[in-house]
Write a protein that binds this ligand. Structure first.
Ligand code: NI
Length: 171
């Protein structure tokens, strides 16, 4: 397995629309394993392939405290969403140290393929619902800060560019 670099907002590659996975083969399983390793190493609860500059419909998640309940969703599709919405604080490995509240459907049903290539359905609520919708947004090129006001987004953009510059100077 390998850890891969995570794209940072406002990298334009984060706005790429991912294509469906044609077959869950050894290459895709390797990608899934690399994504899980990268997510765990960064202490995240979710990661989309888009964030690693791989533009295929693959997401991984693990909201367990022990980091021992990995969830892999390949070609995920939302098949039902609740009218009821919920407001939750979100963060993103591509926007480090930024957290803000986003309103989304409180519950969603998602159909996807697992790491074994088998189809399954997931009824998600709470943090799982937030996470799966956040990660699926990445696959269509959307970062959660796009739900925030233009002013907040501009501040975040400036902050991220500065952080990247500082890191390159070794600060
Ligand atoms: Ni994210």
């Amino acid at each position: 397995m390998a850890r891969l670099p995570i794209l940072r907002y406002p990298d334009p590659r984060l706005h790429t629309v991912a294509r469906p996975v044609a077959a869950v083969d050894e290459r895709v399983r390797q990608l899934v394993d690399d994504m899980l390793e990268t997510m765990y190493a960064a202490d995240g609860v979710g990661l989309a392939a888009t964030q690693l500059d791989v533009h295929e419909r693959v997401i991984v998640m693990d909201i367990s405290e022990q980091h021992d309940r990995p969830l892999v969703l390949i070609n995920p599709e939302i098949v039902a969403r609740s009218d009821e919405t919920a407001l939750a604080e979100e963060g993103c490995l591509s926007v480090p140290l930024v957290y803000d509240r986003v309103e989304r459907p409180a519950r969603v049903t998602v159909r996807a393929l697992g790491r074994d290539g088998q189809p399954f359905e997931l009824d998600a609520e709470g943090l799982t619902a937030v996470c799966v919708q956040h990660e699926m947004d990445h696959l269509v090129g959307k970062v959660f800060v796009e739900y925030l006001s233009p002013l907040k987004r501009e501040r975040i953009r400036t902050k991220m560019l500065k952080k990247t510059r500082d890191e390159m100077r070794g600060k």
